[in-house]
Design a protein around this ligand. Structure first.
Ligand SMILES: *Cc1c(COP(=O)(O)O)cnc(C)c1O
Length: 380
């Protein structure tokens, strides 16, 4: 698409991601999946959900999948199922989407933040042990931007202290660490099917995967108002169900996920090659990781001006994440200050995401590269 910006330069509109292009690539099958559900008369927790649970669990190499209403609920129901509540502490990273810590607060426990590794942006596993206390009940590593955290070290520390590990794999479906899929390494893993995720539905959706049968059974009860048999309630639960239309749509998309993730990696490599000469920090894959580039994150001292320049030129870039969670207004009472977690704070001033999605045209990527180059050459 061409138009003119205020400098009368021709610009091309490049969105951060393009969910409509993805829909169009599978339109016939997706439309048919919806019609089939509409005609079936079964709309919530039916055969499509059951099949998707099986398929996602198989995809991750786990025994059980439990469909829920969204990724946030996946995390929340897990904390509830583990009996976590007031007086307990749960450790997570400050450099993530708010939901990762929001659920800890929702359940009445206290979030404890560990600083990040500046290369991968993931929770720094070496700093984990120092914040464990007798009240620590769980650790939520987040595989941020699609790259798995250091699960060997996290699991080793957690095991030694008898603490549960819940993987927030909402940005990382299909990524792996030493050939183990994200979501399958801890006690349980959580996925989001929010439309912008690598496996996105057309509304909200989420899933928990686990190998723990007892936990899986409890989650199935919790998501349906604490009842196994209709109108008989064994616990106070939630209304957190996955609907049939979303499940049917996701079943059409799941077989394409590996190819889409691979397409993102190819485009990520192309960015890395073509932007290597510029004064920016590019994404770096650590050994033994297979990242799925949920977002392509770069770092520069001039983040805000670059962001503005990209936006003026029609490019849908965004700051991820502009405020580290320990400095959010809502967490003022937790006792953190500026300087408490310096790596996360530093990253939050400097990171931004460039457009990247499986259906992105090379010409669009060329345009993004050209505009980034032009920004730095104008600065001299
Ligand atoms: C998207 C996301 C969530 C929440 O998922 P929803 O489906 O939007 O509730 C949780 N954690 C991370 C890291 C996410 O990116």
């Amino acid at each position: 698409m061409s138009m003119l910006n205020t400098n009368q330069m021709p610009i091309r509109s490049v969105p951060l991601l393009d969910t409509v292009a993805e829909y169009n690539s599978l339109k016939v099958e997706l439309d048919a999946a919806v019609s089939k559900v509409l005609a079936s008369g079964h709309y919530i927790l039916g055969p499509e959900v059951k099949a998707l649970e099986r398929e996602v669990a198989d995809f991750c190499g786990t025994q059980f999948g439990i469909g829920v209403a969204n990724g946030t609920d996946a995390l929340l129901l897990l904390l509830d199922a583990l009996g976590i509540g007031p007086g307990d502490e749960v450790i997570t990273t400050p450099f993530t989407f708010f939901a990762s810590s929001e659920v800890i607060s929702q359940i009445g426990a206290t979030p404890v933040f560990v600083d990040i590794d500046p290369i991968s942006y993931n929770l720094c596993a070496e700093k984990l042990e120092a914040v464990i206390t007798p009240r620590t009940k769980a650790i939520i590593p987040v595989h941020i931007f699609g790259q798995p955290a250091d699960m060997d070290l996290i699991l080793e520390v957690a095991d030694r202290h008898g603490i549960a590990v819940i993987e927030d794999a909402c940005q990382a479906i299909g990524s792996s660490f030493k050939d183990r899929r994200s979501g399958s390494m801890g006690l349980a893993g959580c996925f989001s099917f929010f439309p912008t995720k690598n496996l996105g539905g057309y509304g909200d959706g989420g899933m928990i995967v686990t190998n723990d049968e007892e936990l899986a059974k409890k989650l199935q009860i919790l998501r349906a108002h604490g009842s196994k048999k209709k109108y008989y309630h064994s616990m106070v639960g939630y209304n957190s169900r996955l609907d049939e239309i979303q499940a049917a749509l996701l079943r059409v998309k799941l077989p394409h996920l590996p190819v889409w993730n691979e397409a993102r990696r190819v485009k990520a490599d192309r960015y890395k090659e073509r932007l290597a000469h510029l004064p920016i920090q590019l994404p770096h894959e650590l050994p033994d990781r297979y990242s799925i580039y949920h977002l392509f994150i770069i770092q520069t001292d001039e983040r805000d001006s670059l962001l503005q320049y990209l936006q003026q030129n029609g490019i849908g870039a965004g700051a991820y994440y502009p405020v580290a969670l320990h400095l959010q207004e809502v967490y003022q009472d937790l006792g953190y200050q500026l300087g408490s977690l310096p790596e996360a704070e530093y990253a939050s001033q400097r990171t931004l995401a460039l457009p990247l999605h499986p259906h992105m045209a090379s010409e669009d990527q060329d345009w993004v590269i050209e505009v980034v180059e032009r920004f730095f050459s104008e600065r001299g």
